[in-house]
Design a protein. Structure first.
Length: 134
C-alpha cells in the first residue's frame, strides 16, 4: 500500500491502474484504491483481490496508524472490494500470518466471519494449483 505522489501524479497513477484492471493486475496500491471510489467499484466488478500487510504498512508508515488502515478497510467493505491479510518480511517484522489475522480482528478492522471470507477470497485468487492440478 504505497503511493505518496503529488496529487497530479497520483491522479495519473490512478488512471493507469484503473485502465490496467481489465487485465487482472498482480498488484494495486490499496491505499491509492481506497481514495478513489471509481477504482474501488472497478476492482469489485473485476473481483480483484487486494493484499493487505498490516504490520508492514504500520512499520513502514505507509499508513499513519491502525485507525487509518481501518478506514481503508472500511472503504473496501463499502464497495465490496475483495481483500486479504498477508505478511511482508515476517522475519524482519517478527510477525506471522496468524499474528496479522489476530491484529485484524483485535483492531476491529474485520469480524471473525469477515476474516473467514477474506481467507476464502485469498484461496480463490491463489496461483497455487488446486486438487493437484495446475
Amino acid at each position: 500500500m504505497t503511493n505518496d505522489a503529488p496529487s497530479s501524479r497520483r491522479n495519473s497513477t490512478t488512471d493507469a491502474i484503473s485502465a490496467a484492471v481489465p487485465v487482472r493486475p498482480n498488484g494495486v496500491s490499496a491505499r491509492l484504491a481506497a481514495r478513489n471510489a471509481a477504482l474501488c467499484k472497478r476492482l469489485a466488478e473485476r473481483g480483484v483481490l487486494l493484499e493487505i500487510c498490516p504490520s508492514s504498512n504500520l512499520d513502514s508508515k505507509v499508513v499513519k496508524d491502525a485507525d487509518e488502515l481501518g478506514e481503508y478497510i472500511d472503504v473496501f467493505k463499502k464497495y465490496k472490494v475483495r481483500f486479504s491479510f498477508n505478511t511482508d518480511g515476517p522475519e524482519m517484522l517478527e510477525t506471522t500470518l496468524r499474528d496479522e489475522l489476530r491484529l485484524a480482528v483485535r483492531s476491529g478492522w474485520v469480524t471473525k466471519d469477515e476474516l473467514q471470507e477474506c481467507g476464502a477470497w485469498a484461496k480463490e485468487a491463489s496461483f497455487l494449483p488446486r486438487n493437484g492440478r495446475s
